[in-house]
Design a protein around this ligand. Structure first.
Ligand code: FAD
Length: 468
């Protein structure tokens, strides 16, 4: 317990959940609970009286129905690697941990699909299907902690979105418990199935506000047998955008197009204790091509040769450990930032033709308004998505984004003004919800509110997330 005010029905709720799920499913040792109340970045620090950890869909449904009966608010939580404060109980909600839903089916080599519990981590899925020569279309650096349910709830993107699309494109079916406690299950995995509203799609990206995803039918992909990775130095952001666009037009086997700009490379080099093999003025592009049964190295070389004149210096890797060591200059950035300070994280997308102007304006605007701030820009350039990370000289942990005046207004208003999105892939969470009206009309937000009221009439599920 935290000494914070609790819902009057809390004790009755916990006792009901203990009887239904067994007492081991309710954790209230403060040391255990505290492991669930701070987010990965350490910026959002909440508090909670207890963590409920069901092992199956029936247990999730019992918990949600009981929460509704007793007026208790729930925050669904998977691996707690989300970056917008959506998985943290900022107002003393009970944490509903889905890590116990970790059953994994066998990959089906005919349909190229698999059914998994929502608590299975991405890394566990990758290991299971790799043995069958199969892979998964979404990959991200948090793979060993993030869960498939959390990835669906945030519609995660990741490094291969340029080829396979976001999490929504991987979901062939879903089982969920809605906010009213009803169980909806549509796990057949038919590729063609136009039989009414697509609830799986609606719940994907809903950030735990409409219900809890309990199982997923997921599409699998053949694992490329040949891969080639190139690190290219670019003179500036405009050059990187020009090259990325040429690669998207000319390389059918493109598997990833990632960028690291200016000081972000110095930071990750310090973190890794080694320098990138290519020096560059303005930015670095990591381009991966991959194919099944055919080596795409010549195709990648051809696209780079026909690119801008300044493409002269390129580091290439086709095998581990060289490939992994090159990837680390991009993949270890989030970690490098986390050990440097508590960041304000902005995951924005901007139309590619306007990307260079956006990066220039956002970095100069931040330097002017927040002297001494460290600003790191990098991201999934092939998708028009950059992560702007700002560490202020005196950053602190907060319970809610509203509690701290920061660079949010500047960065998000600028992204919206450029015709972009204030959240490309991380979601809105608590961190961005105040800014949703920048990119969604009153009519859209009103429709969101009505959808929430229809599926979660008690306002039980993550009530302080997403909606302004
Ligand atoms: C190092 C690092 C790299 C990352 N890279 C990327 C990246 O490249 N692309 C990207 O898109 N994201 C990235 N992320 C953030 C990303 O959102 C998460 O890693 C992942 O999608 C969240 O999964 P999780 O299980 O940790 O969810 P949590 O953090 O536990 O939850 C995230 C949200 O989903 C809700 N939720 C969780 N589980 C469920 C469920 N079963 N049903 C309903 N709601 C649920 C929560 O309430 C919360 O709102 C990265 C994070 C880290 C730490």
């Amino acid at each position: 317990m935290t000494g914070q005010p609790q819902a009057p029905g809390l004790e009755a709720f916990l006792s009901e959940v203990r009887s239904a799920l067994g007492s081991a499913a309710v954790l209230n040792d403060p040391d255990v609970v505290s492991g669930h109340t701070t987010d990965w970045t350490r910026r959002f620090v909440g508090h909670s009286p207890a963590v409920v950890r069901p092992r199956d869909t029936a247990g999730v449904a019992d918990t949600i129905r009981s929460a509704n009966r007793h007026g208790v608010e729930l925050v669904p939580q998977g691996g707690n690697t989300g970056l917008v404060g959506g998985s943290v109980p900022t107002r003393g909600e009970v944490v509903l941990s889905l890590l116990g839903l970790d059953r994994m089916g066998e990959p089906d080599p005919i349909s190229l699909q698999i059914t998994c519990g929502a608590g299975v981590t991405l890394g566990a899925l990758q290991r299971r299907v790799r043995a069958h020569g199969l892979g998964f279309g979404v990959d991200l650096a948090a793979r060993d902690s993030c869960t498939l349910g959390g990835m669906a709830a945030t519609n995660a993107g990741g490094i291969h979105l340029v080829r396979y699309g976001p999490m929504r494109n991987q979901v062939a079916g879903m089982e969920a418990v809605l906010g009213d406690g009803s169980v909806v299950s549509h796990l057949g995995g038919l590729d063609k199935d136009n039989t009414g509203y697509d609830l799986s799609s609606l719940l994907t990206g809903s950030e735990g506000t409409l219900g809890v995803i309990t199982a997923l039918r997921l599409r699998l992909r053949p694992v490329p047998t040949h891969r080639v990775l190139a690190l290219v130095g670019c003179p500036d952001v405009a050059g990187a955008v020009e090259l990325a666009s040429g690669i998207r037009r000319g390389l059918g086997s493109v598997h990833a197009i990632e960028a690291v700009f200016g000081p972000a490379m110095e930071l990750v080099e310090r973190h890794l204790g080694r320098r990138a093999p290519i020096r560059a003025e303005g930015g670095w592009l990591l381009v991966e091509a991959a194919e099944v049964g055919r080596d795409p190295t010549d195709d990648l070389a051809g696209v780079l040769e026909s690119g801008p004149d300044w493409v002269t210096d390129v580091a290439v890797a086709t095998e581990d450990p060289t490939t992994t060591r090159l990837w680390e200059f991009r993949e270890k950035l989030t970690e490098a930032i986390a050990v440097t300070g508590i960041p304000h994280k902005f995951d924005v997308s901007v139309p590619l033709p306007r990307m260079a102007d956006f990066v220039e304006e956002v970095t100069s605007g931040l330097a002017g308004q927040f002297p001494g701030a460290q600003v790191y820009v990098f991201g999934h350039l092939g998708d028009g998505n950059v992560h702007v990370n700002v560490i202020l000289p005196e950053s602190t942990a907060v319970e809610t984004a509203e509690a701290e005046p920061g660079p949010e207004e500047l960065v998000l208003t600028l992204a919206a003004g450029f015709g972009g999105s204030i959240s490309a892939e991380h979601g809105i969470g608590t961190a961005k919800r105040r800014y949703l009206p920048l990119v969604r009309s009153p009519e859209e937000i009103s429709a969101f509110v009505r959808l929430k009221a229809a599926l979660d009439p008690g306002g039980t599920m993550n009530p302080h997330v997403l909606l302004p």
